[in-house]
Design a protein around this ligand. Structure first.
Ligand code: AMP
Ligand code: MG
Length: 487
């Protein structure tokens, strides 16, 4: 276990030089204080969890202090936003403080979001508010606990610094951890600004540090792109299987590592709704829940375009062709497991689609349905769940097919079935209204609810005593909350 001054830095991205990032110092927040810290994320840095409560922790992650070895940099990138190309973006309010390596030899980027203005701030103030910092923190750690690849969050630091959004709010910082903060948009920036040397340097950097196994392949860059396609297919399959809606799948928000990244107006589905749009500025529904699947491919195509200097167009197309079949295989595999099935049959896709259609028409709670399905033997479970459906005849027909399918699957005990299903069907997810309750308390100076919710969500598959209130459908006020996009 390490103390805060014992972190070891190795700032590989900073060493790429000024063409890739600019040195900027964090702008401190007034009266920094710890809102919440993740012990699990601290462990990634070998940090002793007790240091979170020390004043120096809030000073370091509130922008007041810096390690001598840190080299804070704002990265430059660009990207396709809502389908249109924006030639220059970058860290407008976040700084890569440095890269820390742990005892296991892993490097972790320390990225401080809300750290003040940078050359890429455009019209923004460089700040993040408490509300959005708490949302990013909770989502990062909750997705990770569900087994969905994601950036991580070490802590949220609150302050008394006023920040103006639709109203006056308070500034905060979230310390994000990821093995890299390189986005699709980094490659697009050097491609469209016609800087082939730097683009090659970037590609070498990513290949050497993050895809070293691809070096062994006859075409290392192609192997790397294929791996990126595969990771995205798997990540998005998990989003769809668990009802996660990202909300802003611009290419500048897509990680080169295939992890969920840059949390904005995201949401988990309460009632199942394939057409759900969580981002209220997304008027066309470009990033609606079901569109995430084709948008994943669109984003990979944008990356492929930026990689044409290194890989032939035919090879890129072939690799892109892997996306949909891989997505479907991962998705179906997870959905089978969510239904408690251990074998595969040709009609399973139809079984899943039939269920989702019924859930859509009746507004059934997506998370609780699967959890309850595993509580009891299939026949009993569907009999109890029947009441949630409007189209009873439709549900009965589905239930018959399901029971027959379960019978063909094998005859394990109910205990085994429950254990197997509960291990993939969470009881607790980050519902918007739960986040909203925790935010309201934190804005009033009480951080206990954020901390409790974080704890509950860190073990989403485990029933926790006294935490029933976190496993409920939203109350009326909490349905379809409008989440502000100004963060
Ligand atoms: P996002 O929609 O949060 O992914 O941000 C898109 C771009 O706007 C990124 O380049 C951000 O760094 C920048 N940005 C967002 N909010 C602010 C802000 N308050 N101040 C400065 N830049 C910002
Ligand atoms: Mg972003």
């Amino acid at each position: 276990m390490k103390a805060l001054d014992e972190l070891t830095f190795d700032n590989r991205f900073a060493r790429l030089g000024d063409a890739f990032s600019t040195h900027v110092l964090p702008e401190p927040l007034d009266e920094p204080r710890l809102v919440v810290a993740s012990k699990a994320a601290m462990a990634l840095l070998d940090l002793d969890p007790v240091v979170a409560e020390t004043p120096v922790f809030a000073e370091l992650f509130g922008g007041h202090k810096l390690w001598a070895e840190a080299e804070p940099r704002a990265m430059v990138y660009s990207g396709h936003q809502f389908g249109g190309y924006t030639p220059q973006l970058g860290d407008g309010r976040g700084l890569l403080l440095g890269e820390v390596y742990n005892q296991a030899g892993e490097h972790w980027d320390l990225h401080l979001k809300g750290a003040g203005m940078t050359p890429y701030s455009r019209m923004g103030d460089g700040r993040a508010v408490l509300r959005s910092s708490i949302r990013e923190f909770l989502a990062s750690e909750a997705l990770h606990a569900l087994g969905i690849p994601s950036s991580r969050a070490l802590c949220v630091i609150g302050s008394s610094t006023p920040v103006w959004r639709e109203k006056q709010e308070r500034g905060a910082m979230v310390l994000r951890l990821a093995q890299s903060h390189i986005r699709f948009g980094h490659f697009e920036y050097f491609y469209y600004t016609k800087k082939p040397e730097q683009q090659a340097e970037l590609a070498e950097h990513v290949l050497n540090l993050h895809y070293p196994e691809c070096r062994e392949q006859p075409e290392p860059y192609l192997a790397m792109f294929r791996e990126i396609v595969e990771r995205n297919a798997e990540m998005i399959a998990k989003w769809q299987a668990y009802g996660f809606c990202h909300g802003v799948m611009n290419t500048d928000n897509m990680s080169i590592l295939g992890i969920t990244f840059d949390f904005g107006p995201f949401a988990f589905l309460d009632d199942f709704d394939a057409h759900f749009i969580c981002n209220h500025s997304d008027h066309e529904g470009r990033y609606s829940f079901s569109n995430q699947v084709p948008i994943g491919q669109w984003n990979l195509s944008a990356l492929a375009q930026a990689l044409t200097p290194f890989i032939s167009v035919d090879a890129l197309k072939e690799a892109l062709g892997l996306y949909l079949p891989l997505y479907q295989a991962h998705y179906l595999d997870l959905m089978r497991r969510r239904l408690g099935l251990t074998t595969a049959e040709d009609d399973d896709q139809k079984l899943v689609e039939g269920l989702l259609k019924l859930m859509q028409n009746s507004g059934v709670d997506y998370t609780l349905f699967f959890r309850r399905l595993g509580d009891e033997p299939a026949a009993l479970a569907v009999a109890r769940l029947r009441d949630d459906f409007v189209d009873l005849a439709g549900f009965d027909a589905w239930a018959e097919r399901y029971k027959a399918r379960v019978a063909r699957d094998g005859d394990d005990s109910q205990e085994q079935r429950r254990e197997r299903m509960h291990a993939v069907n969470p009881l607790y997810i980050l519902r918007n209204y739960l986040a909203q309750n925790a935010i309201a308390a934190a804005e009033a100076g009480d951080y206990s609810e954020v901390r409790r919710l974080h704890e509950v969500l860190s073990k989403p598959f485990e029933e926790q005593a006294g935490m029933e209130q976190y496993a409920q459908r939203p109350p009326d006020w909490g349905k379809h909350l409008e989440i502000s996009c100004s963060s």
